[in-house]
Design a protein around this ligand. Structure first.
Ligand code: GAL
Length: 975
C-alpha cells in the first residue's frame, strides 16, 4: 500500500497559527501557473520534489484552483467532482482512507525577492483540500490538514536566495482530515486558495490581537492591541499613539455595526515592520437571554454562505466575493454564517468594510457518523482531540481581529463529544469577548447561545417566549438564559422557501430571537454543457449524480437564493422584502413608518410616493418623513397631493405605493436604490372588490348550433362543449387542472411527500367525463366529472359560457366529489393558445413569480414579460413562474391578441406542458412546444413551505379541496 504522511492523523510541520495581517514586509505571491500532474493513488511521482526534476511533460494549471473543475463547463480533466450530503464517499474506517485516493502534484519555480538581512522565510497556504505535504528545493517543509485553514511552514533553512527555487506540493483528495470535513457539498480538491512566500523580518510583528470595545452609555471606545513588546499602535484619525498592550479610552468613538460599519485605519509598527489594521469598536454581549451589540438587541437577518463558483468550485476571486457582499447588502441581508468553514480571509475584510455581522464557523463536520449511530465519532474520540482543537485555534487566531466576527461556531453537525468541549474551552479562554455557537449542542453545555436549524414557526415562537419544550431541568435553566439563533432556516431549495416573512415577524416580536440565517446563499451547481439534443452546446447547472458518482444526493445541492450563475432566484426578492429594515404601512389617512434598524437612523433614506390607477401612473411626489432613530416609529398623513386627486373612474383600482430609497450612493448601491416599500389600495368610487368580467347586456349574441358543435359570439365549441376556437385563435381547453410539476418541497417533505401522495391519488392523470351539455338562451353550460382512474375522488365541474359584445365569459365552478384527504397542488384551468402569442402584459402582482406563502416581494401594478421570461430556471425543473392577483392579462404576437380578465387569478404561461416540465431533469431538457403556449389560470395554489429540509407550508397556505369558482372573460383580436 502506498502511504503518505500527509494523510495520517495530525501531520506535522506547520507553524503555530496567527492573525492574517496586511504587512509591509517583503512577500511574493505564488499564485499563477504551476506544473501539475494528477494520479489515482497517493503514492505520487518519485523525486518530483527535487529542484532538478523535469516536469516538462506535465500540464500547466492556474493556482488557486480545484482540479476536478479543470475543463468545466466541459468534461472535467482530472477525476470528477462528487456530491454527497451526509454519507462519506469512502468506507468509514477512521482514520483510514481508500487506496483510490486521487493525488495532485504541483511544482512552481520562483526567484526569491530581495529582503533585509536576517529574519525568516515562511511559505503560507491559505487553503488546500484535503491534505498536503510541501517541499522547497527537495527539502521537506512539512504536511498539514484542515482544508479551509491557513498553514504556514518555516522555509528559512531551505530557501536559496539569488537563484531559482522550486516549491513542490503533493495534495491528496482524501486523508484522516476528510473524516472532519463531511460538509454537505462537493468533494473537490487542490490548492484552492492563495499561496505566498513571506519574509518575517527580525523584530517584526508576527501576531496582533485587537480588542476594541464600545460602551453605549458613555459613547466611548476602549482600545488595546496585543503585539510584540516595543511595538507602537497608531490610529491617526483619533490622534492615538500608544504602546502595544496598553489600553486607551477613546471618547466619542463611533461604533462599528453592520448598519454603520465605521472603521478606523490603524498601524502597528516596530522598526522592522508595519502592519495595517481596520479597527471597529463594538461590544457584543448577552443579557437576559438577549444578544446585544453596542447596547442594542441584535436582529440577524442572515444567510448561510458556502464559497462556490459554478466554474471554479471553491476557488473564488475577490471580485466574486465583493459582488456577493454587495448583493447581500442590496438584499437587506445583514449577517452571514460562514457555513461550514472559515471563508477566504478577504471575505471577512469585505464584511468589515461593507457591514455584515459574521458567525465564523470552524472547518468541522462529521455528519456521516450519524448514519452509524455516531459510533467512533471523532468529536468524542480522544485520539482526535488535538486535530479538533487545532482547527479551532487556526480559525480563531486567523480571524480574531475582524470586527464583523461576533461569534465563533465550533462546526456543524458533528454530534456531541468531549472534543467539542475542548474546542469551546480553548476558544473561551483565548477570546472571551465573542460568543460560542454550536447547533449540535442543544443542552447548551459548551456554548453561549441556543441554536437550532429548521425549527418550525410554532416552536420558534415558543422559544421566543422562553417556553420551549423541556430537555432536562438543569439544561433548561441554562438554555433559557440564552438568546436564540436559527442557524439555518427557510431552506431555499428549488421553488421556495414559503413562510419567510412569518419567521421574520417572530424575530421582530421576541427579543430572545436574535434572528437567523437562511439556507443558503447560492445553488452550488457546476456549469456543464449539453452534449446532445436541441440544446447541444448550451450551459446548464449540473448537480449530484451528473458525474457518475456511486453515492450522491442529486439536486439537494441546489438550494440557494441565487442560481449557480449568481443570477438571483425569486427567493432573493422575497428575502429582500422580508428583511427590509423598515416597515411601511399605508392605511386609513396616513402612512406608518417603522424603523427596524437597531444601530442607525433613517437619515440616509429618502421617501417617495406614487399613485397608479389600474397600474397606470397618475401622480407621484416626495414624502416628508422625519429622520427616525433606530427602532422608532412615526405616522405621517397622506400627502395632500394624494387626497386632492380626483377619484378614479368606477371600477378602476387606485394604488398608493410608498418607498424608502437611498438618498445618496452607498458603496453597495447607487442613490435611489429601494430598501423598503409599502402599498395599499385607496378607496375609489365604489370600486368592487371583485370584478365581474362582463360587459353591458343587450348586445349579447345568441348561441347557435353549427357543424355538430356550437357558436357563441367569437367562441366555437365542439360537440362536448369544449372550447376549440376564439375568434381567430385555435385554443385547447380551458379545463380543470389540479396538477403542478412538483417542487422540491413537494417531493422531499418527510415522512409523506405531498408529490407521492398526489401521484398515488392520480392528480397527474385526471380524466374528464362530460355529463351534460346544456344549450341555453345566449349561454352554454357544460357539466363534467373530473377524476383520476381507480378512485371516486375528484371534482364536479360546471363551465357556464356567455357571450358579450366582444368576448366570452366563463363561470367555472367546481365542487369536490368523494372524500378528499389531501391538499390540492392547484385549482384552476389549463388551456393552450397559439405559440405566437409570446408577449404577456398584465395588471396584478408583479413583476416576479409569487406563491401564496412567498408573495411579499410583489406589488400591484402593470407589467410585461415574454413567455420565455415567465420561466424561472430552477436547476431541477419544477413548478415556477406564477404571477398572482392578476385582474387582466393579454397575450400578444403576430398581430393577434388574447385578453383574459376577471379573477383575480394566478397566471402561468409556459412554452411547454406541465408534464414536460415534470419530466425534465435539467434545464436543457426543456424544449418549446412549436404549436402552443400553455396557460394555467388558477383560483389558488398550494403553498410552498420549505419541507425539503424544514417545515411544510403554514396551515393557512394549505389548499384544501372545497367548492371553487373562477370567473373569467376572454376576448381574442386579430386575424
Ligand atoms: C443542514 C446542514 C446544511 C445543509 C442543509 C440542507 O442540515 O447543516 O449543511 O445540508 O441541512 O441543505
Amino acid at each position: 500500500m502506498e502511504e503518505s504522511d500527509a494523510i495520517r492523523p495530525s501531520p506535522s510541520g506547520a507553524l503555530p497559527p496567527r492573525a492574517h495581517l496586511e504587512s509591509d514586509a517583503v512577500a511574493l505571491p505564488l499564485d499563477g501557473e504551476w506544473s501539475f500532474r494528477c494520479s489515482p493513488t497517493a503514492g505520487g511521482t518519485p523525486g518530483f520534489e527535487l529542484a532538478a526534476f523535469d516536469d516538462g511533460g506535465w500540464d500547466r494549471v492556474q493556482v488557486p484552483h480545484c482540479w476536478q473543475l479543470e475543463g468545466v463547463p466541459g468534461r472535467p480533466r482530472y477525476g470528477s467532482p462528487a456530491y454527497t450530503n451526509i454519507a462519506y464517499p469512502f468506507p468509514v474506517d477512521p482514520p483510514e482512507v481508500p487506496d483510490e485516493n486521487p493525488t495532485g502534484e504541483y511544482r512552481r519555480a520562483f526567484d526569491p525577492p530581495e529582503a533585509p538581512p536576517g529574519g525568516r522565510w515562511i511559505v503560507r497556504f491559505e487553503g488546500v483540500d484535503s491534505a498536503f505535504e510541501a517541499w522547497l528545493n527537495g527539502k521537506r517543509l512539512g504536511a498539514a490538514q484542515g482544508s479551509r485553514l491557513t498553514h504556514e511552514f518555516d522555509a528559512t533553512e531551505h530557501l536559496e536566495p539569488g537563484r531559482r527555487n522550486v516549491l513542490a506540493v503533493r495534495v491528496h483528495q482524501f486523508s484522516a482530515g476528510s473524516y472532519l470535513e463531511d460538509q454537505d457539498m462537493w468533494w473537490v480538491s487542490g490548492i484552492f486558495r492563495r499561496v505566498a512566500l513571506l519574509h518575517r523580518p527580525e523584530g517584526g510583528i508576527d501576531d496582533v490581537f485587537v480588542h476594541a470595545g464600545y460602551d453605549p452609555a458613555t459613547r466611548a471606545g476602549r482600545l488595546r492591541v496585543e503585539a510584540p513588546a516595543g511595538a507602537v499602535v497608531r490610529v491617526p484619525e483619533l490622534g492615538l499613539e500608544l504602546p502595544a498592550g496598553t489600553a486607551a479610552d477613546v471618547p466619542r468613538a463611533e461604533p462599528w455595526s453592520a448598519e454603520e460599519p465605521r472603521l478606523y485605519r490603524a498601524t502597528v509598527s516596530t522598526a522592522a515592520e508595519t502592519v495595517e489594521l481596520a479597527i471597529g469598536f463594538r461590544t457584543v454581549s448577552i443579557s437576559d437571554a438577549v444578544l446585544i451589540a453596542n447596547g442594542a438587541p441584535l436582529a440577524l437577518r442572515g444567510v448561510n454562505r458556502h464559497e462556490w463558483h459554478a466554474r471554479t468550485g471553491r476557488a473564488l476571486d475577490e471580485a466574486t466575493m465583493r459582488a456577493d457582499v454587495e448583493l447581500m447588502k442590496r438584499s437587506n441581508v445583514n449577517a452571514v454564517r460562514t457555513s461550514h468553514y472559515p471563508p477566504d480571509p478577504r471575505f471577512l475584510a469585505l464584511c468589515d468594510e461593507y457591514g455584515l455581522w459574521v458567525l465564523d464557523e470552524c472547518d468541522l463536520e462529521t455528519h456521516g457518523f450519524e448514519l452509524l449511530g455516531w459510533r467512533r465519532n471523532p468529536a468524542d474520540d480522544p485520539s482526535w482531540r488535538d486535530a479538533l482543537v487545532d482547527r479551532m485555534q487556526r480559525m480563531v487566531e486567523r480571524d480574531k481581529n475582524h470586527p464583523c466576527v461576533i461569534g465563533w461556531s465550533l462546526g456543524n453537525e458533528s454530534g456531541r463529544g468531549r472534543n467539542l468541549g475542548a474546542m469551546a474551552e480553548w476558544a473561551r479562554s483565548r477570546d472571551p469577548d465573542r460568543f460560542l455557537h454550536y447547533e449540535g449542542d442543544q443542552d447548551c453545555g459548551d456554548v453561549d447561545v441556543y441554536s437550532r436549524m429548521y425549527a418550525d414557526h410554532a416552536e420558534t415562537e415558543l422559544i421566543g417566549r422562553g417556553e420551549e419544550p423541556s430537555a432536562s431541568p438543569g439544561a433548561d435553566a441554562r438554555r433559557r438564559g440564552m438568546p436564540f439563533i436559527l442557524c439555518e432556516y427557510a431552506h431555499a431549495m428549488g421553488n421556495g422557501p414559503g413562510g419567510l416573512t412569518e419567521y421574520v415577524e417572530l424575530f421582530e416580536r421576541y427579543p430572545r430571537l436574535a434572528g437567523g440565517f437562511v439556507w443558503e446563499w447560492m445553488d452550488q451547481c457546476i456549469a456543464q454543457t449539453a452534449q446532445d439534443g436541441p440544446h447541444r452546446g448550451t450551459e446548464y447547472p449540473a448537480y449530484g449524480g451528473d458525474f457518475g458518482e456511486e453515492l450522491h444526493d442529486a439536486n439537494f445541492i441546489a438550494d440557494g437564493l441565487l442560481f449557480a450563475d449568481r443570477a438571483p432566484s425569486p427567493a432573493l426578492a422575497e428575502l429582500a422584502a422580508a428583511y427590509a429594515p423598515l416597515a411601511l404601512r399605508v392605511g386609513g389617512d396616513g402612512i406608518t413608518v417603522e424603523s427596524r434598524y437597531r444601530h442607525t437612523t433613517t437619515g440616509h433614506l429618502g421617501f417617495a410616493w406614487r399613485c397608479e390607477d389600474d397600474g397606470v401612473p397618475v401622480a407621484d411626489g416626495a414624502l416628508e418623513v422625519p429622520p427616525l432613530d433606530a427602532g422608532a416609529c412615526v405616522r405621517v398623513p397622506l400627502p395632500a397631493a394624494v387626497t386632492e386627486l380626483d377619484p378614479p373612474a368606477v371600477g378602476v383600482e387606485r394604488w398608493l405605493t410608498v418607498s424608502a430609497r437611498l438618498a445618496g450612493a452607498e458603496r453597495w448601491a447607487p442613490a435611489g436604490h429601494e430598501v423598503a416599500w409599502g402599498q395599499a389600495q385607496l378607496p375609489g368610487r365604489a370600486a368592487p372588490a371583485r370584478r365581474r368580467p362582463s360587459r353591458p347586456a343587450g348586445t349579447a349574441p345568441a348561441l347557435a348550433r353549427s357543424g355538430g358543435g356550437w357558436d357563441l359570439g367569437q367562441a366555437r365549441f365542439d360537440a362536448r362543449g369544449r372550447l376549440e376556437r376564439l375568434g381567430p385563435l385555435d385554443v385547447v381547453g380551458p379545463v380543470l387542472d389540479l396538477w403542478r410539476a412538483p417542487t422540491d418541497n413537494d417531493e422531499l417533505a418527510q415522512p409523506d411527500p405531498p408529490a407521492a401522495t398526489w401521484r398515488r391519488l392520480g392528480l397527474d392523470r385526471l380524466r374528464h367525463r362530460t355529463i351534460a351539455v346544456v344549450p341555453e338562451q345566449g349561454a352554454l353550460s357544460v357539466v363534467s366529472h373530473v377524476m383520476p382512474a381507480g378512485t371516486d375522488v375528484g371534482f364536479e365541474m360546471e363551465y357556464r359560457w356567455r357571450a358579450d359584445d366582444g368576448g366570452v365569459c366563463l363561470d367555472a365552478v367546481g365542487s369536490p366529489l368523494g372524500t378528499w384527504a389531501v391538499p390540492l397542488p392547484r385549482w384552476g384551468l389549463r388551456m393552450a393558445v397559439p405559440a405566437g402569442l409570446g408577449d404577456v402584459t398584465w395588471f396584478g402582482l408583479g413583476p416576479g413569480e409569487a406563491y401564496p406563502d412567498s408573495a411579499s416581494a410583489q406589488r400591484v401594478g402593470r407589467f410585461s414579460a415574454s413567455v420565455e421570461e415567465f420561466q424561472t430556471p430552477y436547476a431541477r425543473p419544477q413548478e415556477n413562474g406564477a404571477r398572482r392577483g392578476v385582474r387582466s392579462a393579454a397575450l400578444e404576437g403576430g398581430g393577434r391578441r388574447l385578453t383574459v380578465e376577471g379573477g383575480p387569478f394566478v397566471l402561468t404561461a409556459r412554452p411547454w406542458t406541465t408534464e414536460a416540465l415534470e419530466a425534465a431533469a435539467h434545464t436543457t431538457d426543456l424544449v418549446p412546444d412549436p404549436e402552443w403556449v400553455w396557460l394555467n389560470l388558477d383560483a389558488e395554489h398550494h403553498g410552498l413551505g420549505s419541507a425539503a429540509c424544514g417545515p411544510p407550508e403554514l396551515p393557512e397556505y394549505r389548499l384544501e379541496a372545497r367548492r371553487f369558482m373562477l370567473s373569467l372573460r376572454f376576448e381574442a383580436l386579430g386575424r
